[in-house]
Design a protein around this ligand. Structure first.
Ligand code: HEC
Ligand code: HEC
Length: 283
């Protein structure tokens, strides 16, 4: 089936040359021959006007890439999870504490990643998991904050994701988080850059299209952080956002900016119901 929606579809053809369409893979992700992951499910209610089903980016990758993610021994992202496990247990900072001193084993964090970004009542703000980790480092450990997309940080988010794998993404978008969610939604639908394209033009209107050799997904973030074969490291959500914004030839926001925090909450909510998959493998 050819599915090139709207002006952006015509634009994609004009810009990228011939654009073909391919369905997402008919495949089931079973992690370590044990945990059955939800990579395809009914779209959350807030998306019911625009799509029926949501798909993990895993279904848009090739057979070999998909296989790498299905087994922890083949998933290069798991090496960084191991590194983070070491850091989890390392005492640092003026309070002589490690993450484990307060939180116990990293497995105790099962379920946490699934609900982030999340409203923090005390701070009166929506927090990404990176913000929460840095808050613990600064205010609980008396240690230096990590750079938002630094190696230590992305590794730690991979550890936190890994212990929640298989659990459904379930970020809250009502209550005090709602206005931030609305901001994120506006960013998602705003056309930017010389190409005048929004996230939705590619990831909502034209997922399934082949852009050059790349099979365009819904741009979900249930699987972050992602190990990319292209740069052979773990990539944070905000780094991916930056890459996509740059591709529209627009000025991009910085990692950890209020704009990207809002966008992250919104994009996460588009994947409510999909399994937490991080660290995943992508091209
Ligand atoms: C001195 C104790 C202490 C240390 C050390 C500590 N934390 Fe925390 N952490 C807390 C407390 C207390 C909370 C709850 C804070 C809140 O809800 O505002 C928390 C919350 C969290 C959460 C969010 C949990 C949730 O359910 O929302 C994460 C993730 C987290 N910490 C990660 C870490 C990591 C990673 C480290 C090490 C780099 C660390 N913490 C070190 C005390 C600590
Ligand atoms: C010109 C088309 C285009 C636009 C506009 C665009 N992207 Fe992308 N995006 C891509 C392509 C191509 C990929 C790589 C293939 C894939 O995973 O979909 C990608 C990948 C992604 C991924 C990785 C998904 C995964 O499972 O690994 C995310 C997340 C993402 N985009 C989010 C966004 C957001 C948020 C915006 C708006 C700020 C945006 N994109 C705008 C083309 C676009």
């Amino acid at each position: 089936m050819m599915k090139l929606a709207g002006v952006a579809g015509i634009f994609l053809v004009g810009f990228f040359g011939a654009v073909a369409y391919a369905d997402p893979a008919e495949d089931t992700l079973i992690l370590n021959e044990d945990i059955k992951m939800v990579t395809k499910t009914a779209a959350p209610a807030h998306l019911s006007d625009v799509m029926d089903e949501v798909y993990s980016g895993w279904l848009f990758r090739g057979t070999e890439t998909r296989a790498m993610q299905a087994d922890d021994f083949d998933n290069p992202g798991m090496l960084f999870v191991e590194q983070a496990e070491g850091v989890w247990n390392t005492v640092e900072g003026s309070e002589d504490k490690s993450c484990a001193s307060c939180h116990g084993a990293s497995e105790e964090m099962a379920g946490v990643k699934a609900v982030y970004p999340k409203w923090n009542e005390t701070a009166g703000e929506v927090r990404t998991i990176e913000m929460q980790v840095n808050d613990c480092r600064e205010n609980q450990m008396g240690a230096e904050k990590w750079g938002y997309t630094s190696g230590n940080m992305v590794n730690m988010t991979a550890l936190l994701a890994s212990v929640s794998r298989g659990m459904p993404v379930n970020v809250a978008i009502d209550g005090p988080a709602q206005s931030v969610w609305e901001d994120g939604k506006e960013l998602y639908y705003t056309r930017t850059g010389q190409l005048e394209m929004s996230c939705a033009n590619c990831h909502e209107d034209n997922y399934g299209s082949m852009i050059r050799a790349d099979h365009l997904s819904q741009g979900q973030i249930n699987a972050f952080p992602v190990y990319r074969l292209k740069n052979t490291k773990l990539n944070a959500v905000h780094s991916r956002f930056k890459g996509c914004v740059r591709d529209t030839r627009a000025e991009t926001y910085s990692a950890g900016s209020p704009e990207f925090i809002a966008l992250e909450l919104y994009v996460s909510s588009r994947g409510n119901g999909l399994s937490v998959e991080g660290p995943s493998v992508r091209n």
